[in-house]
Design a protein around this ligand. Structure first.
Ligand code: ZN
Length: 124
């Protein structure tokens, strides 16, 4: 490296210039510390990204039922919509919503609207 003040060639481990006495701010040790800081920043960033991905999965990938219900009252449920991708399905007898079970008593008029994959709907 060179002395920033007088421009004399100095060894990389020099702490001050032997020519003009200028105190060198960048030493070999400080360079290493800088590299370690960069590494820990990258590691912290990686952790942050992992955390964000984990939160994303926890929030948006809650196991979803293929069935959508409406009018859940008095232990009875009306199927409003089918969201699954199966070709052949069987209408469930009961559905679980949270901690409670409901008997399926009705299927909405447009419950299977847009289900182009659906080839058969079985009876329970
Ligand atoms: Zn110098």
């Amino acid at each position: 490296m060179f002395c920033p003040k007088c421009g004399k060639v100095l060894s990389d481990t020099a702490r001050f210039c032997g020519n003009c006495g200028y105190k060198l701010k960048v030493s070999g040790n400080r360079k290493q510390t800088g590299v370690e800081t960069n590494k820990s920043i990258i590691a912290a960033l990686g952790c942050c990204i992992c955390f964000i991905i984990l939160v994303y999965f926890a929030v948006f990938h809650i196991p979803k039922s293929d069935w959508c219900y409406s009018d859940i009252s008095g232990g009875e449920a009306t199927i409003k919509e089918y969201n699954g991708k199966e070709n052949a399905i069987v209408i469930p007898e009961t559905v679980k919503v949270g901690w409670f079970s409901y008997d399926v008593t009705e299927i909405g008029g447009s419950a299977f609207e847009g289900c182009s994959n659906l080839t058969s709907i079985g009876n329970r």
